[in-house]
Design a protein around this ligand. Structure first.
Ligand SMILES: Cc1ncc(COP(=O)(O)O)c(C=O)c1O
Ligand SMILES: Nc1c(O)cccc1C(=O)C[C@H](N)C(=O)O
Length: 404
């Protein structure tokens, strides 16, 4: 980057998405928020939508709401999310549960679909919940976890995966964007490798959905999950989403273990035993969290309006800017994320032995990054709500804290 391109005000003035920032609560300051990949800011429209929901839809329609809209809402919102941000056709995505619970359902379903195969591949740097679920299912089903060591400042490459795949592999579990390093995995290539070995792939999209374009259908991914409280701004505890490829729904291979009435063939027949619904409804278990879908629905429409490619362009510009400032002002800090934007998602991690204490100091000063073990300060740059000025203030605050 040239010197002039390090001018935050000029970059904000030239940002075609800058006007969207006004739509978020608090984006005008004073908090410098650099943790949108743990919890996105709320949209202003969400407050009005929540009030209207309580007064009109819930308060007015009462139980009729289920017949009128809520029963289908996990699937209609899933379809819209799929269209806007997942590169997936209709009928394959449902909203509900937490990411962790959906991971459990997906891992169980995937290993059941590959009978006789004994191994689940997952990398040691994947998010804890992914690793813990895999460990739990392996124990429950008498399988083995094949742990993959990957570059901690990167993530799972095709070479890493090719080295461990074999006739015993049932499933590969990978994050599209690694939660610590921000490494952006080549999911299309990893999927081809897994399929060549006869395995399924499960992709965790928590850190990419809403910031990085995803093409689940084109990549031929088998199953995927993701959360909606990061770049989809659904709010704390907003429900996750799950995707199951149409081919696995059509041939009935997909069977998840939490058999509940909302995923049954006819919920209101209330019959003596469970028969799964056809299609993606079979991913559901109990009553879906309709209230939790309100904020997310607003943000999906904003991503549609902005366009996911434009969102990605801003995301790349923000992370490039952060790295350029780090190179100039923080020579004592190690970039623990890929330098190449083609293999980097929406966040950047900076390593230094004092980052835990630096993060605590920054939080006291209303500058909010995240700390991730062992020594990483993570800048999560939410493309529609983060300004270049915030990035500049954040990096300057790190310098001050390190010097203090
Ligand atoms: C990659 C990844 N998977 C899963 C989760 C979380 O799962 P849950 O939404 O169930 O807390 C996170 C972050 O919280 C994450 O970064
Ligand atoms: N999901 C979170 C939560 O419920 C509380 C605090 C933080 C989080 C996070 O999102 C952590 C995040 N997935 C991460 O990558 O670190």
């Amino acid at each position: 980057m040239t010197q002039t391109s390090l001018d935050a005000a000029a970059l904000d003035a030239a940002d075609p998405l800058a006007a969207h920032r006004d739509r978020f609560v608090g984006a005008a300051g004073p908090v410098v928020y650099l943790d949108g990949n743990s919890l996105g800011r709320p949209l202003r429209s969400t407050a009005a939508r929540m009030t209207a929901f309580v007064e009109e839809e819930w308060g007015g329609r009462l139980i009729r709401g289920w017949d009128e809209r809520w029963f289908e809402q996990p699937l209609t919102l899933g379809d819209r999310l799929a269209e806007v941000a997942l590169g997936a056709g209709p009928g394959q995505t449902a909203v509900g549960d937490s990411t962790t619970v959906l991971l459990y359902k997906m891992v169980r379903a995937a290993v059941a679909a590959r009978p006789g195969r004994r191994e689940i591949v997952v990398d040691r740097d994947n998010f804890p919940t992914d690793r813990y679920v895999v460990e739990g299912v392996a124990r429950e089903c008498g399988l083995t976890v094949r742990w993959l060591d990957v570059d901690p400042d990167g993530g799972m490459t095709t070479d890493d995966l090719a080295a461990v795949l074999g006739p015993d592999t049932a499933l590969v579990v990978v994050s599209h964007v690694a939660y610590k390093s921000g490494y952006l995995a080549d999911v299309a290539a990893l999927t081809r490798l897994a399929h060549d070995a006869g395995a399924w792939i499960l992709v965790d999209l928590c850190h990419s959905t809403g910031a990085v374009p995803v093409a689940l259908d084109a990549w031929e991914v088998d199953v995927a999950v993701g959360c909606t409280y990061k770049y989809l701004n659904g709010g704390p505890g907003a429900p996750a989403f799950g995707y199951v490829a149409a081919r696995h729904l059509a041939d009935g291979t997909f069977a998840q273990p939490v058999q509940g009435w909302m995923g049954a063939a006819d919920s209101f027949t209330m019959g003596p035993s469970y028969a799964p619904a056809t299609g993606i409804r079979r991913l559901l278990s109990g009553t879906p969290p309709i209230v939790g879908m309100l904020g997310l629905a607003d943000m999906v429409e904003l991503v549609a309006e902005a366009g996911i490619e434009a969102v990605r362009a801003k995301s790349v510009a923000l992370t490039e800017y952060a790295i350029a400032l780090v190179d100039r002002d923080l020579p004592d800090v190690r970039l623990a994320s890929p330098r190449d934007p083609a293999v980097r998602g929406g966040h950047v991690t900076l390593a230094h032995p004092r980052m835990r204490e630096v993060t605590a100091v920054l939080w006291e000063r209303d500058v909010i990054p995240d700390f991730r073990m062992p020594d990483g300060l993570r800048l999560g740059l939410s493309p529609l709500s983060t300004s270049f000025a915030e990035v500049a203030e954040g990096v300057a605050a790190i310098r001050t804290a390190l010097d203090g």
